[in-house]
Ligand binder design. Structure first.
Ligand code: PLP
Length: 462
C-alpha cells in the first residue's frame, strides 16, 4: 500500500465513522493523531525538498470555449457597432431577470457601480457610510470618491462578513448608508442589516461584486437593499475582463443612475425642458457591445458552474474541518446558496507547532496548492489620510473629523486585525470547479504540512 492509498483509506475511515460528527473525534482527542498519519510518514514536504503533492495545475480562468462563446462576439465585432446598443441592453435585461430585480444598468466596472449607486442616493460630503474592513479596496474608495467617509465595523471571524452586532455602535447622525459586502460570495446577514437600516432610516447598497447568484432564503443577494452592485472583472465567476452592474427595483433611482452613467443626459424620469441639454452631474461609465457579448456567452454556463462550486465547497469543508487548526468559513443559517468566489478559511498556528500563516502559505504553495493570504487591513492604510488631506475633504469636514489618530481609534477592528495578520486565507473560485480528487490533494497537502510543521518552521527560520 503506497502512502497515497494509506491517506485515502484513512480519510474514508474517518468519513464512514463521522456519523457521530467530526466533533466526536475531536472531543475524544483522536482526530489529530489520525490526521497526522494521513500523508504517509515518509512523505517529505516539497518545501523541505520533497515532491509536491500536486503537479497538475488548476483550471485556467477565465475560460473561452470558441464553439460556444464566439458566434455572438464575432457578430458584434464584425458589425462595427461597438459602443453601447442592443447587446448591452440584452445583457442588462438578462441579468435583471437572472437575479430577480426589476432593472439593471451596466457600468465600466464594479467600483463605478458602487460610486454611481452612492452618488444617486445623494451620499456625499459630510456623510458617513458603514462598511466592513475585510474586503477589496474598491469599497472604501467608492465612499471617498463621493466625498463621504467610510466607517468600519469589525468582521465576524466565523463568517468573514460584517459583524451585524457591532453596526449600531458606529451609527451617528452623519450615517447615511450601510454598504455590506458579500465577501467571498458568501452572503452577509442581510436580514439583520435590513432591520438595522430600517430602524435608523439608512440606505443599503449591497456590494455583491463577488456574489452573483448568492441567496438568502432563496432570494438573491443584491436585491435586498436599495441597490446591488456586481463586478465582471477578469478573475470573477462571471468574467468579462472589466464590467459592472447595478440592480434595483426603484425606477427613479435607476433612471438617475442611467443618466449619471451617460454624462447626466436625460433618461426616463430624468427629464427637462425640451432642448435644455444635459440635466445632471454625470460621467461616462458605459459598457461596450463586445463586452456584453462576452457576458452573454459566460452566462450560459453560469448556473451550472455556481452549482458545482457550491457542491465542491461543501465537500472541501467536510474534509478540511477534520484537520485541527483549519477552520472553514461558516455560512449564516438562512443562506440557501453562496456564489463561492473565494473559499475562505482560518488557520490556527497553535495546531501547526507555531508555524505562522505566511510560512504555512509558503509550504502549501510549494505543494502545488495556490492559497492567498487574503486582504490587508483596509481601515489602516495610507489612502485614508491622503483623502483627509485633500482640498475637497478639508472644505467638507471639521478638522477633528479628519484627524487620522481619532479616526483610527474609532475604526479599530481587532477581530479583523487578527484575521489579516494571522488567520485568514483563501482559495480562489477556479479551484472549486476541479474534480473531487483534486480537492483531496489540498487536504493531503495540508495534512502533510501539519505533520512536519516543526521541521518546516525551523527550516524557514534558519
Ligand atoms: C468586494 C468587491 N467590491 C468591489 C470590487 C470592484 O470591482 P471592479 O474590479 O470590477 O471595479 C471588487 C472587485 O474585485 C470586489 O471584489
Amino acid at each position: 500500500m503506497d502512502d497515497k492509498t494509506t491517506y485515502y483509506s484513512r480519510r474514508q475511515f474517518l468519513k464512514k465513522n463521522s456519523i457521530l460528527g467530526a466533533g466526536a473525534f475531536m472531543s475524544a482527542g483522536l482526530a489529530p493523531t489520525l490526521l497526522k498519519g494521513f500523508a504517509g510518514s515518509s512523505d517529505t514536504p516539497a518545501i523541505l525538498n520533497g515532491s509536491a503533492v500536486r503537479t497538475a495545475g488548476w483550471p485556467e480562468w477565465p475560460q473561452w470555449r470558441p464553439e460556444h462563446d464566439e458566434e455572438r462576439f464575432l457578430d458584434v465585432v464584425r458589425s462595427g457597432v461597438w459602443s453601447r446598443a442592443g447587446t448591452v441592453t440584452e445583457f442588462e435585461e438578462t441579468w435583471a431577470e437572472t437575479v430577480g430585480a426589476k432593472r439593471c444598468l451596466t457600468t465600466v466596472n464594479g467600483t463605478n457601480a458602487l460610486i454611481c449607486s452612492l452618488a444617486n442616493l445623494d451620499i456625499g460630503g459630510g456623510d458617513e457610510v458603514i462598511i466592513p474592513p475585510y474586503t477589496f479596496i474598491a469599497c472604501p474608495q467608492a465612499v471617498l470618491m463621493n466625498g463621504a467617509i467610510p466607517i468600519f465595523v469589525d468582521t465576524d471571524p466565523e463568517t468573514f462578513q460584517i459583524d451585524v452586532n457591532k453596526i449600531e455602535d458606529q451609527i451617528t447622525e452623519r450615517t447615511k448608508a450601510i454598504m455590506p459586502v458579500h465577501i467571498g460570495g458568501n452572503p452577509a446577514d442581510m436580514i439583520r442589516i435590513m432591520e438595522i437600516a430600517e430602524k435608523h432610516d439608512l440606505y443599503v447598497v449591497e456590494d455583491a461584486c463577488q456574489a452573483w447568484l448568492g441567496e438568502i432564503n432563496n432570494k438573491q443577494v443584491g436585491t435586498f437593499g436599495d441597490a446591488g452592485c456586481y463586478s465582471f472583472q477578469n478573475s470573477k465567476n462571471l468574467p468579462i475582463g472589466e464590467g459592472g452592474a447595478i440592480v434595483s427595483d426603484n425606477d427613479e433611482f435607476m433612471d438617475k443612475c442611467y443618466s449619471y452613467h451617460n454624462f447626466g443626459n436625460p433618461y426616463g424620469s430624468v427629464t427637462g425642458e425640451p432642448g435644455s441639454g444635459t440635466l445632471r452631474l454625470g460621467t461616462k461609465l458605459r459598457l461596450t457591445e463586445y463586452q456584453a457579448a462576452i457576458g452573454l456567452a459566460m452566462l450560459k454556463r453560469f448556473e451550472e458552474e455556481t452549482q458545482l462550486r457550491n457542491e465542491n465547497a461543501q465537500y472541501l469543508t467536510e474534509q478540511l474541518e477534520q484537520i485541527p487548526g483549519i477552520i472553514p468559513h461558516k455560512l449564516y443559517d438562512h443562506v440557501t446558496r453562496s456564489a463561492y468566489h473565494l473559499y475562505l478559511f482560518r488557520f490556527k498556528k497553535e495546531e501547526f507547532e507555531g508555524l505562522n500563516k505566511h510560512q504555512f502559505r509558503q509550504a502549501l504553495v510549494a505543494e502545488g496548492i495556490p492559497v492567498s493570504p487574503g486582504y490587508g487591513k483596509l481601515n489602516k492604510m495610507p489612502y485614508l489620510n491622503d483623502a483627509f488631506h485633500s482640498k475637497n475633504f478639508k472644505q467638507m469636514y471639521p478638522e477633528e473629523m479628519l484627524d487620522i489618530d481619532l479616526y483610527n481609534e474609532r475604526n479599530h477592528c481587532p477581530e479583523n486585525d487578527r484575521l489579516c495578520d494571522e488567520e485568514a486565507m483563501w482559495f480562489t473560485q477556479n479551484i472549486l470547479i476541479s474534480k473531487r480528487s483534486d480537492l483531496d490533494e489540498i487536504v493531503e497537502s495540508i495534512s502533510k504540512i501539519q505533520k512536519h510543521a516543526g521541521e518546516i518552521k525551523k527550516h524557514l527560520e534558519a
